[in-house]
Write a new protein. Structure first.
Lengths: 382, 234
């Protein structure tokens, strides 16, 4: 299946946005207010003009005083009045000039007001972008909007992909039932038909389970809830995952092999780790040809990381697919049989979990043939 | 009639293929990805292509564009779980003949498939008549004059194919290609059996013969003219 996902690069950026930037920033109770505003609404233009006028009044007063000392008082008064008229005229000009200088800001506000889920473009005119004081604001807004748009599109793609999968499952069950009902059948035919339908229902349940699990992991992570962490023996989580996958491996005639050297323990929830390994192993077993071996390798990577790799000797990943392989509902195009590739949620679940632990997951092709999925997890609490 | 079904969801493909075979007597080939679908569609003569949109290797839309670009006029019915208006318009513009959103009704799919096959051969009415022969493609019944004729399933399928192309000479190979799935070569000498069965049931008691053999070319369904005359006129 090939998905028409929008812009995958942007999608990754989007995932990070969803956590912090979408929520409006509220000032926390203990937070200090900016000394400039003091919590009141202010106008920078008014403040600047008031400061200017105050300066002018001091200057005029000085002039009048000097004139009163060196000439006579009436001259000083006349000079003072003349000076006052000239400065007032200049101030009028200044106020108009400041007003005009602030026009781009008003324009920007108007454009910002037009932003909605249908219009993600700030469309700030060139005249606004060229103002030295405003251009950083415009740039920051543009960048923020791009991230929000990517997050929004990511969410929309997910909804549409999920709907697609659910409708397909519904189509299978509906067509199966209608097929059974189209003509009278023997007892045996009904039994076989119903058993097949039960399998179709199990598949739908599996899909729902995976979708909900992925949503839950991502939601927890976005809300900043850290995974439960106790000291876990890495090798035993791998062994648990291997024992879960053994039946599937035997069915497909694939041998499982675990290679560990050091005893490694890290802070994590053992169920989370088992889930990651199980998904990786399931993927490898489904891709490995019958008679092949799937290898799981556990080792230390430097001082700070534990590394678990799962290697198969299947056809490998088409190079063009590698950047998108952890996206939801992605299926490797190499396999033609959908039933073996699941729903394209397993690897997305792995990525969400590894992200939640502050780790890194990578997919690569092996030099001869086959693929390797490599997970690095920090040994210490992140 | 022979249908190509391009659908990567194996269970759904099986259900559709079974209902085509059981309820309409169509031969069905299944392709599980777009590349295989395009290859089969271009290398065989199908009466209808049923195409899913999200496929591995080559998506349904690209398959359709390439299929139409190389000049094929076979009717194409699209199945898809994505039913945004835009994509429906895009598909129809790319040469699709009909569209059915998932989850669909199996009965509706069959009815639409029949209608598309009919229109693909220039027949509009579901009841095809030729002289006093009437063939109801919905009820799958055949009558000559007032006499209802009971046909064996394969006889019906042969007659149905000929009736969709009245007065055209249809070769044995063409019949085989359209009545069986890709294993058709195994059945190469059964057509004569069905034709003689049809002759016996339809023509024997009538002075106006409908089924004629054009030696070296094939068979034709047309009223009145004897086989020798058909050959002479060619």
């Amino acid at each position: 299946m090939s998905l028409t996902a929008g812009e995958p690069v942007a999608v990754h950026a989007g995932q990070q946005v969803q956590r912090a930037e979408i929520e409006p920033r509220k000032s926390a109770p203990g937070e200090k207010q900016s000394p400039v505003t003091n919590g009141k609404s202010v106008s920078i233009a008014r403040r600047s003009i008031l400061a200017m006028v105050a300066g002018q009044i001091f200057l005029l007063a000085g002039m009048v005083l000097v004139a009163a000392v060196y000439a006579d008082v009436p001259t000083a008064i006349y000079a003072g009045l003349a000076g006052l008229i000239v400065t007032l005229a200049a101030d009028l000009f200044a106020v108009r000039a400041v007003r005009r200088a602030l026009d781009p800001l008003r324009e920007l506000a108007k454009r910002a007001d037009e932003i909605s889920s249908r219009n993600w473009n700030l469309r700030a005119p060139v005249g606004v972008r060229m103002v030295t004081e405003i251009s950083p604001v415009v740039e920051a807004l543009d960048a923020g909007l791009a991230r929000l748009q990517a997050a929004f599109r990511h969410q929309r793609d997910f909804t549409s992909d999920a709907a697609h999968e659910l409708k397909t499952s519904a189509a299978i069950i509906k067509s199966g039932l209608q097929l059974l009902l189209r003509r009278p059948r023997t007892q045996r035919e009904y039994e076989i038909g119903l058993e097949e339908l039960l399998e179709d229902c199990a598949r739908l349940e599996d899909l729902l389970e995976r979708m909900l699990r992925l949503a839950r992991i991502e939601q927890l992570y976005e809300n900043g809830v850290r995974p439960k962490s106790v000291s876990v023996d890495l090798k035993s989580t791998c062994e648990a995952a291997l024992s879960h996958i053994r039946t599937l491996a035997e069915e497909r005639n694939v041998t499982l092999d675990l290679e560990t050297s050091d005893s490694i323990s890290l802070l994590a929830d053992s169920e989370d780790l088992e889930l990651i390994w199980m998904n990786l192993l399931e993927n490898a077993v489904n891709n490995g040809p019958p008679g092949s071996t799937v290898k799981m390798r556990v080792r230390l990577n430097g001082n700070a990381l534990a590394q678990v790799a799962v290697l198969d000797s299947g056809p490998g990943i088409p190079p063009a697919e590698i950047p998108y392989i952890f996206e939801r509902f992605r299926r490797g195009d190499g396999s033609t049989d959908r039933s073996t590739c699941g729903f394209g949620l397993g690897l997305a679940i792995c990525k969400a979990l590894v992200d939640a632990y502050g780790g890194k997951i990578e997919a690569m092709n092996l030099p001869e043939h086959g693929a390797e999925f490599r997970v690095d997890l920090p040994l210490q609490q992140f | 009639m022979r249908v190509l079904l391009v659908e990567d969801e194996r269970r759904l493909a099986d259900n559709i293929a079974r209902s085509f075979r059981e309820s309409a007597g169509y031969a069905v080939d299944i392709a599980v990805d777009g590349a295989q679908g395009l290859y089969l569609a271009e290398s065989n003569n199908y009466d209808l292509v049923v195409l899913d949109l999200t496929l591995p290797k080559l998506d349904g839309h690209s398959l359709l564009v390439r299929f139409r670009h190389s000049g094929h006029a076979t009717p194409v019915l699209i199945l898809s779980a994505r039913d945004e208006k835009q994509s429906v318009v895009r598909l129809l513009n790319a040469g699709a003949d009909d569209y059915l959103p998932k989850p669909f009704d199996l009965g509706e799919l069959l009815a639409r498939a029949k209608a598309l096959i009919r229109r693909g051969t220039g027949q509009r009415a579901p009841v095809i008549s030729l002289a006093d022969l009437e063939m109801d493609t919905v009820e799958r019944t055949v009558r000559r004059g007032r006499q209802e004729i009971a046909l064996a399933p394969m006889e019906y399928r042969v007659l149905e194919y000929l009736a969709h192309r009245p007065r055209a000479v249809v070769s044995k190979t063409e019949l085989l290609e359209h009545l069986y799935d890709y294993n058709w070569e195994k059945f190469s000498n059964v057509i004569e059996v069905y034709i003689s069965g049809l002759r016996r049931k339809i023509d024997d008691e009538n002075s106006v013969k409908l089924i004629h053999t054009v030696r070296g070319h094939g068979y034709v369904l047309r009223p009145g003219v004897a086989a020798e005359e058909v050959r002479a006129s060619r």
